[in-house]
Design a protein around this ligand. Structure first.
Ligand SMILES: N[C@@H](CCC(=O)N[C@@H](CS)C(=O)NCC(=O)O)C(=O)O
Length: 274
């Protein structure tokens, strides 16, 4: 039996928080899902699966208006909504399906707590764990503004106000991370918390990867005369933070998720500027 089941659209940088932690900690995940565009054709449930004709006929009972990141209706069972009251993915479940765990940071925490071996990603004591939580909380605040920005880029509603809010969120997030990682400012020892890799580093990396999807929409930004926020020169403004990001992207536990995604983004960027 696996340790945790996760239902999501794939690929999704939010679930990398869990998959990276699982690789490091020897936790077995049962990952279910499909490409983002296909998830509207799936039954959202512990036993998630593609919809059948019968599901569609009983559509009135299962169909729910989507809220964030999807348009139209999604098919969610009552049991799914009992386990996941906000009705969102990624959606994790205990192996017997009785406990729903939502919010990607909390799903990553569950993986760290289920650790069988490897690093203690959730810290050694209550103080380290709480400091890791502090980084996870600021990352969620950043992720919220990033999500608004990326969804607006996705659906063509991007405007100067949403862009400015995202730019501010990006600056606040990276200023703090730079301060935490800069050896001169904080005497940092190579990681966000203490001497070792923790969930703080994993979530930081996954959230920057999420934001990097901005590069898919360079034409849309140019059409509105808006600059790219996460551009190459950012590395000079936040050297410690971006160096940490680059190192972690290449780390053997991170690269299986991140490398193919970043390669695709780079390809898109090259076609956009050529
Ligand atoms: N902060 C959440 C974000 C989850 C979220 O917003 N999921 C959206 C897709 S991007 C969703 O499942 N929407 C379902 C709906 O619209 O009903 C996390 O990190 O897990």
């Amino acid at each position: 039996m696996t340790d945790l089941r996760i239902f999501s659209y794939i690929p999704n940088p939010r679930i990398w928080k869990a998959t990276i932690a699982a690789r490091l900690c020897g936790v077995e995940l049962d990952l279910r899902g499909a490409k983002p565009g296909q998830l509207a054709e799936w039954l959202w449930d512990f036993e998630a699966r593609p919809l059948t004709d019968e599901d569609r006929q009983s559509g009135n009972a299962l169909a729910r208006q989507s809220r964030t990141g999807f348009s139209g209706q999604l098919y969610k069972t009552d049991a799914f909504l009992a386990a996941h009251p906000f009705g969102a993915v990624p959606a994790a479940f205990s192996p017997d399906g009785t406990v729903g765990i939502f919010e990607s940071n909390s799903i990553a925490r569950a993986v760290a707590r289920l650790r069988r071996r490897g690093p203690k990603l959730y810290g050694d004591d209550p103080y380290d764990a709480a400091r890791i939580d502090s980084f996870l909380d600021v990352s969620l605040v950043f992720a919220r503004d990033g999500q608004t920005y990326l969804l607006a880029l996705n659906n063509g509603t991007i405007n100067a106000e949403i862009h400015a809010q995202a730019a501010k969120a990006f600056e606040t997030f990276l200023n703090g991370m730079e301060a935490a990682l800069s050896p001169t400012l904080s005497g940092a020892r190579g990681y966000l918390v203490g001497d070792d890799l923790s969930l703080a580093d994993i979530v930081f990396t996954a959230e920057l990867c999420s934001f990097a999807r901005e590069a898919v929409h360079l034409e849309r930004l140019a059409a509105q005369d808006l600059p790219e926020i996460f551009h190459v020169a950012v590395a000079a403004e936040y050297p410690s933070a971006l160096d940490h990001f680059a190192k972690l992207c290449a780390h053997e536990a991170f690269a299986p998720d991140i490398a193919p995604f970043m390669e695709k983004l780079e390809k898109r960027r090259r076609t956009a500027v050529s």
